[in-house]
Ligand binder design. Structure first.
Ligand code: ADP
Length: 467
């Protein structure tokens, strides 16, 4: 499923923000943890140093030990112990942490007089403690007499960090949601001109090529795109005008000589002194000239269909009456092929339109029905009213149209593949003209057809009161 640009951009921005926030949050958490532990370790060091300083080598005693530890414990709930080089505990604060991890004598004995280290251990109840181990030095003899270990629970630190973690985890989706909403809104605003252009482009067809896209800001990228598109429409409009003009001129120029030729030949065929073979040839030529003159008049009509706003003269037309006459006219042709043709339509059906064009629409369909229905076939024309529309159907049991040809049948100059075997002459313009006339009258022309079974053309036109 293809997603819209808005959705894709929003997902893209949100993903980038998510990655950045995660990295940034990770750094923040890591930095905060380092700072808190550094403070914690510093405090342990200051305290352990103070105890070590209070060692009095003269009396082999720790001065003010009780006082210092009391102050410390009152504030921090920490603990301290002093162990001598023989691994005996000299002093242990009260309350001392229960069951501490075994003192790391080996590592402690490697310490120089100026160095120290920290260790962290977990008691069975899961509580984590961190302590500093620092050597106690006899300043007179400079020998190490033991170690002081001072520690505290890291519960408070871990609580603070856990709170920070929760804060980060909670703020991340909120920030993401906010970013997604804001970016969706922003992208939407940015591409709004594109949507407006797409909407307008959809509305533009050859009937309203004079319409142009709205340009909000001609200097930005979208504005330039719109301007270029409008220039393209200018060129298209010009090309259409030229094509129409050309069609008009060609049909106009051809009309007169073809009519003259036709008249001459028709007169010539009437001359009984001409040999039969020449007369037959002239008759075929006349047939061709008739076809040519129809094509020329179709082309002239077609040039109207390329007009942007064809000015159709509208007047009230009684379809039933018009169709009745047309069916009677075409009956002569149908009789030649021994076809039956019936008209069903008694109620008066009135539409607004140009009678000349409507006649052409119906004649094209009637003509086709006769042309593409074999001898002895039957044709049926009906006229009725349906949901505010006049519905005229032309059904025949002729050669029909196969499914590959059906989608193109209204294209100009298109003829289905089966017409050649039927030997029917034509130009391929009749249906495109018929469709254009129906649409120019705000109606429609549809077809259903089965090869070798027949076709039905359905014309729908708005009734007088619905125009
Ligand atoms: P043409 O001058 O060839 O009749 P049209 O535009 O009137 O041109 O029709 C286009 C094509 O549609 C025809 O060539 C034919 O193949 C097909 N067609 C039109 N009407 C019928 C019909 N009643 N039955 C079968 N095929 C039809």
């Amino acid at each position: 499923m293809s997603k819209s640009i808005k959705t894709r951009m929003t997902i893209f921005i949100a993903t980038i923000v998510f990655v950045l926030l995660t990295i940034f949050g990770g750094f923040l958490y890591w930095g905060l943890k380092a700072i808190i532990y550094r403070h914690f370790d510093q405090r342990l060091l200051v305290f352990a140093d103070a105890i070590e300083d209070s060692y009095d080598p003269a009396n082999n005693d720790f001065k003010f030990l009780e006082e210092k530890t009391e102050n410390y414990f009152a504030a921090r709930k920490g603990w301290v112990r002093i162990i001598d080089w023989n691994e005996t505990i000299l002093f242990q604060s009260d309350p001392f942490v229960k069951n501490p991890a075994p003192f790391p004598f080996e590592k402690a004995k490697e310490l120089t007089t100026e160095s120290y280290f920290y260790r962290q251990f977990k008691r069975e109840n899961g509580k984590v403690f961190r302590s500093i181990i620092l050597p106690v030095v006899n300043r007179i003899s400079a020998e190490k007499i033991g170690w002081v270990e001072a520690g505290e629970s890291v519960k408070e630190i871990e609580n603070t960090l856990a709170f920070f973690r929760k804060l980060l985890l909670l703020s991340l989706p909120i920030a993401l949601l906010f970013v997604a909403i804001v970016s969706y809104w922003m992208v939407n605003r940015l591409i709004q001109p594109v949507s407006a252009m797409a909407e307008q482009t959809e509305k533009i067809s050859y009937t309203n090529l004079d319409e142009r896209l709205p340009i909000i800001n001609p200097n930005d990228e979208l504005g330039r795109l719109g301007t270029r598109f409008n220039m393209l429409l200018d060129r298209l409009e010009n090309a259409f005008q030229t094509q129409r003009q050309f069609l008009n001129n060609v049909s106009h120029e051809l009309k007169t000589p073809i009519t003259i030729l036709r008249n001459h030949w028709e007169k010539a065929t009437a001359d009984n002194s001409l040999p039969d073979s020449i007369r037959r040839r002239l008759n075929t030529d006349v047939e061709e000239l008739v076809r040519l003159s129809k094509m020329v008049s179709d082309l002239s009509l077609l040039s109207h269909s390329l007009e942007m706003h064809p000015a159709l003269k509208r007047e009230q037309v009684s379809l039933t009456e018009m169709l009745h006459h047309l069916v009677e006219d075409i009956r002569l042709l149908a009789n030649q092929k021994n076809q039956s043709i019936e008209f069903l339509g008694n109620e008066p059906v009135q539409v607004n339109g140009e009678p000349r064009f409507l006649k052409r629409l119906f004649l094209n369909l009637l003509d086709n029905a006769v042309k593409y229905t074999p001898d002895n076939g039957s044709i049926r024309v009906s006229c009725s009213m349906e949901n505010g529309h006049a519905v005229v159907c032309f059904s025949d049991n002729g050669i029909g149209i196969n499914s590959q040809d059906l989608p193109h049948i209204f294209d100009r100059f298109y003829r289905a593949s089966n017409v050649h075997s039927n030997n029917a002459k034509g130009t391929g313009l009749g249906l495109s003209i018929a469709k254009w006339i129906a649409e120019a009258h705000h109606g429609s022309l549809e077809i259903t057809s089965q090869p070798k079974q027949g076709s039905t053309f359905k014309v729908k036109l708005p009734l007088v009161n619905n125009v």
